[in-house]
Write a protein that binds this ligand. Sequence first.
Ligand SMILES: [Zn+2]
Length: 236
Amino acid sequence: VIDADPALIGDLVSANHILFRHGIVDAFGHVSVRDGRRPGRFFLARNMAPALVAAGDVMAFGLDGTPEAGDERPPYLERFIHGSIYRARPDVGAVVHSHAAAVIPFGVVRRVALRPVFHMSSFLGGPVPVFEIREAAGPDNDLMVRDERLGDALAVVLGSGPAVLMRGHGATVVGADVRQAVFRAIYTSANAGLQAEAMRLGEVTFLSDEETARSAVTNAGQVERAWSLWRREAQG
Ligand SMILES: [Zn+2]
């Protein structure tokens, strides 16, 4: 058993189940949370399907992706995504990495950026950057962020924003805490589906910069409302 705040681990377990329930993760993808008491440490499940995660499956890692001493359980290959972002972004308390189908088109079509198309995704702020792994790993890559160097390269493209798309792979979304990260992951995927649908119909009116900024302030206080519903759904 790892040394951790049980409430934080409870939220992390719920996050795994909620993200599965909403189709953000399937057998793959993962969500982590930073240890609020020791910021150089984060929690992430062992290598397994998110829907099946229980508190006992959670492992502790250093920001270089090394599991805590004595924990021999196999970790996720792409745990470096989480550690590198926590190191680059002191404001980030949770990270969701997924292969959500809806976001994939926006990572592979260069001339179309994912942008806020409705108010629930106003936190995106503007066009979402795309990580091109060939720029960091060269042509001989398997698309996986499998070491610290690639994790750091991803964190650079994420910059100070809430999300980064990964070409031919998926997306990584961050939040101040695990509830906000889950909220953002769900609505990033929703935005992608709606934007693609709208673009098939015709010219799209996106949120203006002013609307984006104002809506983001309004929505910031609404995360708990969604979380309480989603957690109950995931338990049912
Ligand atoms: Zn992945």
